[in-house]
Design a binder for this molecule. Structure first.
Ligand code: ATP
Ligand code: MG
Length: 405
């Protein structure tokens, strides 16, 4: 079927009262962004629906892209016909024919936003239903649980027919929730945390700590490529790489082994908070899940959290690893995350970190460091790049290398 438009139904934003307009505007611009390379496509965001006019563009391609946009409840590819009963009936017959396989019952569902049209909704339902019954004797009408629904929308500029309702990504349009800083490692959990934050409308910047020469170019490329995966849900993402070698070396030299990780994490968090302040971030997101590893006990969170008053949001805090993996697979980050390029934490991880660090001791050990000086040097070395949707950074050599390991 050659569709003429995709009719998009808003998600949760319809309940947001006063903010409604800004939600709709943002969704409209997010949809335009994901379709920007299709100049023939036009997007109109109205009060209760968003219409994507295809003007000849491939509907499968557009559907695949819309599925990733947060703030969409569902959508229907539709065909526009002229405002006559005959044209409507012709297209309805064609639609039923294409969707017929396995269906026994159907229903016509008409909405009329243009009250000047000669037929009302009941009349359209009855007459069109009659035509379908005559054409397809194997079908009967079932208004409660039909196998097939033909939706008819009578609008001023034409009549629109659709038969499919495709689930959208749900959530809220990215950008309506303000900016968050995601602490992105190369692991499984933090990309999932980033995805979940974006789903609630937050536009994310990635903060990644790397420690050359202890960590490889590939570890960095992996984090950038993960960012490219997440950018499919939000459009271009800022990637902030923070040099962490000197801090890790100094911490290792001056802090007792059991507290290495706690102090390292405090430094990471301080740096992320400093970047948030500079760049108007309202919260920090990370991929911590309670009880998963030593640094993710509540005692540990208390000792690490101590360095900032910014909210630290942990979208995967109460998910099991298997649940996190399931999401990672769905958003296509899992295969990248399990590539064996060690990040800075793995390499400097002590064999037996304290699972219940004491806050006072943590502060005491940390006072042996020139915290301000170390932070300033790391901040001076921050490099910021734009990562686009689907952008790749790992080369084939890296893939071959990973296979050898
Ligand atoms: P992940 O799978 O996200 O790496 P993890 O289970 O391996 O998580 P940790 O290594 O303890 O857990 O890290 C906890 C969180 O700290 C990560 O989810 C991430 O948000 C942050 N983090 C760890 N390493 C880095 C890094 N190199 N750069 C930025 N953030 C990091
Ligand atoms: Mg990790």
């Amino acid at each position: 079927m050659q569709y003429s438009e995709i009719m998009v139904r808003y998600g949760e934003l319809s309940t947001k009262g006063k903010n409604r307009k800004s939600f709709i505007d943002r969704l409209g611009s997010n949809v335009r962004k994901v379709l920007h390379d299709l100049p023939e496509v036009k997007v109109h965001a109205n009060r209760d629906r968003l219409h994507v006019s295809l003007n000849g563009a491939d509907s499968d391609d557009v559907v695949a892209r819309l599925k990733l946009v947060f703030g969409i409840q569902n959508f229907s590819p539709s065909v526009q016909v002229e405002r006559t009963f005959e044209a409507t009936a012709e297209t309805a017959k064609q639609m039923v024919k294409e969707q017929l396989a396995g269906s026994k019952t159907f229903k016509i569902n008409t909405r009329r936003s243009d009250h000047n049209f000669e037929m009302d909704t009941n009349e359209m339902n009855t007459r069109l239903g009659g035509v379908i019954l005559d054409t397809f004797p194997e079908l009967t009408v079932d208004v409660h649980h039909p196998d097939l629904i033909i939706r008819v929308e009578i609008r001023a500029n034409g009549i629109f027919l659709s038969s499919e309702t495709i689930d959208g990504a749900g959530g809220l349009p990215v950008g309506t929730g303000g900016k968050g800083m995601l602490m992105l490692s190369g692991g499984i959990d933090s990309p999932v945390a980033g995805y979940l934050g974006m789903k609630r409308g937050v536009s994310m910047e990635m903060v990644h700590f790397f420690s050359p020469p202890y960590t490889s170019e590939q570890a960095l490329a992996k984090a950038e490529e993960l960012t490219g995966k997440l950018a499919r849900y939000s459009g271009t993402i800022k990637f902030l790489q923070v040099p962490f070698t000197e801090i890790q070396e100094t911490v290792k030299e001056k802090v007792p082994e059991g507290y290495l990780m706690t102090v390292q994490r405090r430094m990471m968090l301080r740096l992320t908070a400093a970047l948030a302040l500079k760049r108007h971030g309202l919260a920090i997101f990370n991929g911590e899940s309670l009880g998963q590893v030593a640094s993710q006990t509540m005692e540990s969170m208390l000792a690490i959290n101590d360095v900032t008053t910014l909210p630290i949001l942990r979208p995967v805090v109460s998910l099991d690893k298997t649940e996190i993996i399931k999401i990672a697979e769905d958003i296509d980050t899992y295969d990248l995350s399990i590539l064996p390029f060690e990040d800075c934490c793995t390499i400097f991880a002590p064999p037996s970190p304290k699972t219940k660090p004491n806050l006072e001791r943590t502060r005491l050990y940390e006072s042996r460091l020139d915290v301000e000086g170390l932070m300033q040097k790391a901040l001076d070395g921050v490099k910021i790049t734009d990562v686009h949707a689907g952008q790749e950074f790992l080369n084939e050599e890296a893939d071959a290398f990973a296979e050898l390991l």
